[in-house]
Design a protein around this ligand. Structure first.
Ligand SMILES: [Zn+2]
Length: 283
């Protein structure tokens, strides 16, 4: 069993704004499993056994106004991972406008909580990912600098979001172009391929920067080769991810099997299933 899903959402439900919670829980056939996994990392590990998935990236981020997530998610993520440490890669978050001191917060994330990576969600944080570049949010440069210092990857959402209140204009992957130039040693995992509005921009940024990786999550498997026909020219940077249990994602294994049935090489399949993710986190 060697399969890593770099992008699932297990988050503190008690922090979520009612609109966001209703959105995530409505009409899921597996909502009982989801609830159990949210409450217990052991239940998640059992679910992963059934799904034949070895590890998952558990995504958390800070977006107090739109989603309700405060910096308390970092402690939550550390505690959650402790329940199944060999199965979970824990992502944390930071929202500069909600922080007294960004440097202290980053130390909490990577030293106290020992989290594995950071997530930035521009449409949910109501800021462009490169907000440091025009001087409007200089602390964001500190965030990327410190990820670089600690050798921790940052995963950045691209593409639209339909959560209540999300500002989809900040989903343009071109903003990652700035970050990749200004922080050349930072590993950037670009989530969702800019879908559906910025497909060309995502491909451009991915191809241009060697430290930009591709997270397949929430791109419908059937669309991958249609939208990004040359994606697997850089197959060693393509990482499997699902966004489970977000709306429209049927399940982790179902999603992986659909991707593995695409007409791509065995090497590409091995890379996306686990090797590319190992490459990001192992060195
Ligand atoms: Zn996500």
């Amino acid at each position: 069993m060697n399969a890593i899903d770099i992008h699932i959402h297990m988050q503190p439900r008690e922090m979520m704004s009612p609109g966001a919670l209703a959105f995530i829980e409505s009409g899921r056939p597996d909502s009982e499993i989801v609830k159990r996994c949210l409450d217990s990392p052991k239940a998640l590990a059992e679910h992963l056994d059934k799904e034949r998935i070895s590890k998952v990236g558990v995504i958390n981020y800070v977006a107090p106004d739109i989603m309700g997530f405060t910096s308390g998610v970092n402690q939550w993520a550390a505690e959650y991972r402790a329940g199944a440490p060999d199965r979970i890669i824990a992502f944390g978050g930071v929202h500069p406008p909600a922080c007294k001191n960004v440097k202290d917060e980053m130390r909490v994330i990577f030293e106290d909580c020992q989290l594995d990576a950071l997530k930035i969600h521009p449409p949910h944080q109501d800021m462009p990912a490169n907000a440091y570049a025009d001087g409007s949010m200089p602390e964001l440069a500190t965030v990327y600098e410190m990820c670089q210092e600690y050798s921790k990857p940052v995963l950045i959402h691209t593409g639209t979001s339909t959560f209540p209140g999300a500002r989809s204009k900040w989903g343009n992957p071109m903003e990652i172009d700035d970050i990749a130039i200004d922080f050349p040693d930072l590993k950037i995992i670009m989530a969702h391929g800019g879908r559906p509005l910025w497909i060309n921009e995502a491909w451009f940024v991915f191809r241009r920067h060697k430290n930009v990786y591709w997270d397949l999550s929430s791109i419908p498997p059937k669309r991958i080769l249609e939208w990004y026909p040359r994606l697997f020219e850089l197959g060693n940077k393509v990482i499997f991810g699902t966004d489970w249990p977000s709306p429209g994602v049927p399940g982790i294994r179902k999603n992986l099997d659909a991707i593995l049935s695409l007409p791509i090489s065995q090497e590409d399949k091995d890379n996306l299933s686990y090797k590319s993710a190992q490459g990001v986190f192992d060195d």
